[in-house]
Design a protein around this ligand. Structure first.
Ligand SMILES: Nc1ncnc2c1ncn2[C@@H]1O[C@H](COP(=O)(O)OP(=O)(O)OP(=O)(O)O)[C@@H](O)[C@H]1O
Ligand SMILES: [Mg+2]
Length: 146
């Protein structure tokens, strides 16, 4: 597990909707170049997008760290935002604190974190209200089929 094949850090600027989604599409391209299983790429890209947009919508700034190991991909999204008061509640489908102007942009369905959980094999959320949030998820790479 410690044979890291690739890693890259993406800085995410809060409220920068113009560049929203760029880090996750970059992650998708990097994984494609590495010849990773398309299903694994798709799941990683969806989960990364949700983590990226949450940083943009809710925080001042943050970053996504992509790490590729032979048997799994790990993405760590770290931000210095307001934190999540009740993580269990935030994980519920449909729960959102997004204000009206964010909803007008098409966000705020409360499906982001559930979507990460659905697409990842493992998900860990560590949040400290007033300090920030860390969302770590892993997606296993199945053994290459012959
Ligand atoms: N990085 C974060 N920092 C602070 N709060 C967050 C963060 N990520 C999520 N939250 C909180 O958890 C709630 C649920 O997040 P989730 O991504 O599931 O839904 P959403 O962002 O509200 O809507 P959607 O993702 O469907 O556009 C958010 O409304 C917000 O209150
Ligand atoms: Mg979201």
């Amino acid at each position: 597990m410690n044979d890291l094949l690739y890693s890259h850090t993406y800085q995410i600027q809060g409220r920068d909707f113009e560049h929203g989604g760029e880090a996750s599409s970059d992650i998708k391209e990097a994984l494609k170049r590495m010849g990773i299983n398309p299903q694994v790429i798709k799941r990683t890209a969806i989960a990364s997008y949700e983590a990226e947009m949450n940083i943009i919508v809710y925080t001042e700034k943050g970053e996504l760290l992509l790490e590729v190991y032979p048997k799994m991909i790990r993405v760590t999204a770290t931000d210095r935002g307001p934190g999540i008061e009740d993580v269990e509640l935030a994980m519920k489908e449909g729960y959102s604190t997004a204000p009206p102007e964010i909803r007008e942009m098409g966000f705020g369905s409360g499906m982001g974190l559930p979507n990460i959980k659905k697409n990842a094999d493992r998900l860990l959320i560590e949040s400290h209200p007033g300090k920030g949030t860390k969302v770590i998820f892993e997606i296993d790479i199945p053994n290459a089929s012959v």
